[in-house]
Design a protein around this ligand. Structure first.
Ligand code: GLV
Ligand code: MN
Ligand code: MN
Length: 407
């Protein structure tokens, strides 16, 4: 790896070897695993070295406090992001926001001994939901949008419950849940994130202010068929859930193609039992739908639900669909956005189709976001990128924003 050209890039370089995935490429850093914990320890080490007061809240969110002279935590401005990743993800989705928070702190600490109002640098666990299926896991719990009993009972692909994973990560699973008292003391949350499209690259600008997030949700379709022998079962006797799943994949694509500005994805499928010479007995297939309008997203879901039932019936299978998460359309806080735009007058304003903790927390506190240029426009894949210079420009912009919001 080449020598990082800027301090923000140097911070990211320190974690470049943690969670590398030699099979998929890129990084696999699932939530509440040793990998995510190692990254969290890296952050805590930096926070401690800077004299920040570190606490881990009841939902596993890390807070590193820089307090004003009176030591108050009321009216705090918070920033930060996540350190977990999708399977085979890029280096910047999440970590850029965390590294930029540390770098912004250093820029501000060079200007004054203490902030005029409290600032906390935060790390949110399991933002991608790649382990327990629910994105923005920590912020959803904190916002009261995920029932603690439901969360405790979730299982990962290896059958480990969230309750057990939480205990292993040092979090009391009985203590998780809505945290209105803590978030009631927060004045604003600004999350910096690598852009996950080509908006800034096309505009030739390094940093943008965010306006909105598409409504989005995740559903699991389970198709039950009849397991049997690949060689001895005549074609007319089969009830093959993989064949039904193929129709469902086509239906998701068809519905999304037919809906203006919609997104529809099948990115994950598990075939049970999964043998080359075995007709499957069951298929689990997850689909992700997104659109600016909640009603349109729900309408797409209705059409796909009908297609799932029709596909199952045509193959003599049965099917059911379960909603794993739903995030309504988010418009970031208008007053906060006006302040961000006034602080960064050169920054364009962009919408996004990607979910974020700032989107979830928008339901309980004023939130906003900054995006940093990604020349490839690719995300959730190893090609995700940002230049060292743009990473630094993002930290500088974040420091300006934190200073403006705390004075
Ligand atoms: C998270 O990055 C998502 O948009 O799913
Ligand atoms: Mn992501
Ligand atoms: Mn992210």
């Amino acid at each position: 790896m080449s020598t990082p050209a800027t301090p923000t890039a140097a911070l990211l370089a320190e974690i470049a070897e943690i969670g590398r995935d030699e099979v998929r490429g890129g990084y696999s850093r699932p939530g509440f695993t040793e990998t995510e914990l190692a990254l969290r320890e890296w952050f805590i080490g930096h926070a401690t070295a800077r004299g920040l007061e570190v606490e881990i809240d009841r939902n596993g969110i890390v807070w590193a406090w820089w307090l004003p002279a009176d030591g108050s935590k009321d009216g705090a401005v918070i920033t930060g992001s996540h350190l977990d990743s999708v399977p085979g993800g890029g280096a910047y989705d999440g970590p850029l926001g965390v590294a930029s928070a540390l770098r912004a702190h250093d820029l501000l600490a060079a200007r004054f001994d203490a902030p005029a109002a409290p600032i906390a640098y935060c790390v949110f666990p399991e933002e991608e939901g790649s382990r327990f299926g629910i994105p923005c896991f920590g912020s959803r719990l904190a916002a009261g949008m995920l029932d603690p009993a439901t969360a405790r009972a979730l299982v990962d692909a290896d059958g480990v419950t969230f309750a057990d994973a939480a205990r292993a990560a040092g979090i009391d699973p009985e203590g998780i849940g809505a945290d209105p008292e803590r978030f009631g003391r927060v004045k604003a949350f600004v999350e910096l994130h690598v852009e996950q499209g080509r908006g800034l690259a096309d505009l030739d600008r390094p940093v943008a202010v965010a306006r909105s997030i598409l409504a989005h949700g995740r559903w699991q379709a389970t198709i039950h068929g009849k397991g049997d022998h690949a060689g001895t079962t005549r074609m007319e006797d089969r009830h093959d859930p993989v064949v039904a799943a193929a129709d469902v994949i086509q239906a998701v694509r068809r519905v999304a193609d037919a809906t203006a500005d919609a997104r529809g994805t099948v990115g994950r499928m598990v075939v049970i039992p999964g043998g080359t010479n075995v007709i499957a007995s069951r298929v689990h297939l997850w689909f992700d739908l997104r659109h600016a309008s909640d009603a349109t997203t729900r309408h797409m879901l209705e059409q796909i639900t009908e297609a799932v039932q029709a596909a199952a019936e045509a193959e003599g299978c049965t099917a059911e669909i379960a909603e794993e998460s739903y995030s309504p359309e988010v418009s970031f806080d208008a007053d906060l956005r006006t302040r961000l735009e006034a602080t960064l007058p050169e920054a364009p304003v962009l919408d996004t189709g990607a979910g974020h903790d700032a989107g979830v927390l928008a339901s309980v506190i004023p939130t906003g976001m900054l995006f940093v240029r990604n020349p490839t426009g690719t995300s959730h894949a190893p090609d995700e990128s940002t230049s060292d210079e743009d990473a630094e420009a993002g930290s500088v912009a974040l420091a300006e924003v934190l200073e403006a919001l705390t004075t």
